[in-house]
Write a protein that binds this ligand. Structure first.
Ligand SMILES: *[C@@H]1O[C@H](CO)[C@@H](O)[C@H](O)[C@H]1NC(C)=O
Ligand SMILES: *[C@@H]1O[C@H](CO)[C@@H](O)[C@H](O)[C@H]1NC(C)=O
Length: 461
């Protein structure tokens, strides 16, 4: 209450207007003389083309080739009006400081020079958070942002997505930048990204998503202040290798979606002693090296895919002493040895989810769960919940693993077996009977069987 009485009436109204969509805030100018100029001081501006189209239209427009011509015309009519609106109103804005400026534009009505001009205006008003998503059809030029962006002292958050050309000057200065997201953008030269990363001295949150032809060769993240890093590499990206040295990191996500087995670019990850959560999506080779740097995590999500090399040698030289939650997913890969190694290395594991949907690899016989006599410590003392999420091709190995976990976990409270709804009801019943008869070692364990529709990869999205 006291905080509110400190504001003048106008300040309060501007504050309230800043919670409205920009279009509505501007429309209050017609209310009365007093309201006429208030919107010009609103510190949050958002122009999102999604807001002028229904969702299903957006999907059609973006993804179906040969878009209906009539729809295209309606689209450009609405988008034209939006463009005129921004052109007319943005230069009138007089707030000395813009807290956030957000553009999401995807029809051909908007041109790269529009983006450049509007971002320039935001920068001249000391923008703190700038977010631009610009989608173009293939072959059209990317948007180039004004060079004043790279000397913007007020900028705390910068999020750029899709058809934007990032051209980092040789000398630049972003002393306040804490959050930097660069998703599917293209860089003007091979050094642009690297230049940017080597001189952001207070950066805490970095997201980089690479795509084929983005013009990156070298990528090393050596940032002592960084707390959160998400790094995604799509298929076809060329590189001289990756180096990650971020000793303060708490959250790490790494997705390698490359299928090529010819590319041998390596990722070197230095030890992350403060890491709490990691999500790794990658082919199996070299995975042990990667995991060795992540041993301080409490939550690990690991999806191992498309790897038939069966990296078979795992020693007992690694400890995941704090690991409590493990999500382990597989797709067409040899995995049992890796999983057994992980279970053995995680003496405090409480919650274990195993997902083997879409796995069509030939029988993985590296570990025979139904004959295995040795039992990892976590099953004997800490594991409380287990979930097996499979699809409608019942995998023998998933079943054997589930029985192994039930047979050997002394303190299990809940075991959930969740299978694809396409599974034959008789098969489902047989499996249920077989598992119930396999006599869980924990007498109080609650066994839950259900069928699911979803694809089960929710922890990857
Ligand atoms: C690096 O950033 C600092 C401040 O953020 C700036 O003073 C310096 O000129 C920059 N160096 C280069 C090479 O851009
Ligand atoms: C990504 O995966 C591909 C395919 O398995 C592999 O060839 C490449 O070396 C991996 N890249 C990194 C950086 O791990």
């Amino acid at each position: 209450m006291d905080k509110i009485s400190g504001f003048s009436d106008d300040e309060l109204l501007v504050k309230i207007l800043s919670f409205l969509p920009t279009k509505d805030a501007v429309s209050t100018s017609t209310l009365s003389k007093r309201w006429k100029f208030l919107w010009m001081r609103v510190p949050k501006l958002e122009y999102d083309e999604n807001s002028i189209y229904p969702k299903e239209f957006y999907c059609q427009y973006m993804f179906i080739e040969g878009v209906d011509r009539r729809k295209r015309i309606i689209a450009s009519g609405k988008s034209q009006r939006m463009r005129r609106f921004i052109d007319r109103n943005l230069p009138l804005h007089i707030s000395p400081l813009i807290e956030s400026f957000r553009l999401v534009l995807f029809t051909e009505v908007f041109q790269p020079q529009d983006i450049k001009l509007w971002v320039e205006i935001a920068i001249s008003r000391c923008v703190e958070e700038l977010s631009v998503t610009f989608t173009r059809f293939k072959g059209k030029p990317n948007a180039l942002l004004p060079s004043s962006l790279y000397t913007c002292k007020s900028l705390v958050t910068l999020k750029l997505k899709k058809n934007i050309l990032v051209d980092v000057p040789h000398v630049f200065c972003l002393p306040s930048l804490k959050t930097l997201h660069l998703e599917l953008v293209t860089y003007a030269d091979e050094e642009s990204l690297q230049r940017l990363l080597t001189n952001c001295s207070v950066l805490e949150d970095l997201v980089v998503e690479r795509h084929q032809g983005d013009n990156v060769r070298k990528f090393s993240v050596i940032i002592p202040t960084l707390l959160s890093l998400s790094f995604t590499v799509w298929s076809g990206c060329s590189s001289d290798g990756y180096m990650i040295d971020t000793p303060s990191l708490k959250y790490f996500k790494y997705k390698n979606l490359s299928k090529s087995t010819t590319s041998t670019s390596l990722i070197i990850v230095k030890n992350m002693p403060k890491l709490e959560e990691a999500q790794i999506f990658t082919a199996g080779h070299n995975i042990k090296k990667l995991l060795q740097s992540l041993t301080s995590v409490k939550l690990l999500s690991l999806l191992v895919a498309e790897d038939n090399t069966a990296e078979a040698v795992y020693g007992d030289d690694v400890d995941f002493n704090k690991l409590e939650h493990l999500n382990f997913g597989i797709r067409n890969t040899f995995w049992s040895k890796l999983l057994f190694w992980l279970l053995n290395a995680s003496p405090k594991l409480r919650d274990f989810k195993f997902s083997d949907q879409y796995s069509r690899v030939t029988m993985d016989t590296l570990v025979w769960w139904n004959q295995l006599s040795s039992v990892p410590q976590c099953l004997l003392s800490s594991l409380q919940t287990f979930e097996w999420s499979g699809d409608f091709f019942l995998s023998v190995q998933g079943k054997d693993l589930a029985k192994y976990i039930l047979r050997n976990s002394c303190f299990l409270k809940t075991a959930t077996i969740s299978l694809g709804s396409g599974l034959d009801p008789q098969k489902h019943l047989d499996l249920e009977t077989e598992i119930r008869l396999s006599s869980p070692s924990s007498p109080t364990c609650n066994l839950v069987f259900n069928q699911h529709w979803d694809l089960g990869w929710e922890f990857w999205i």
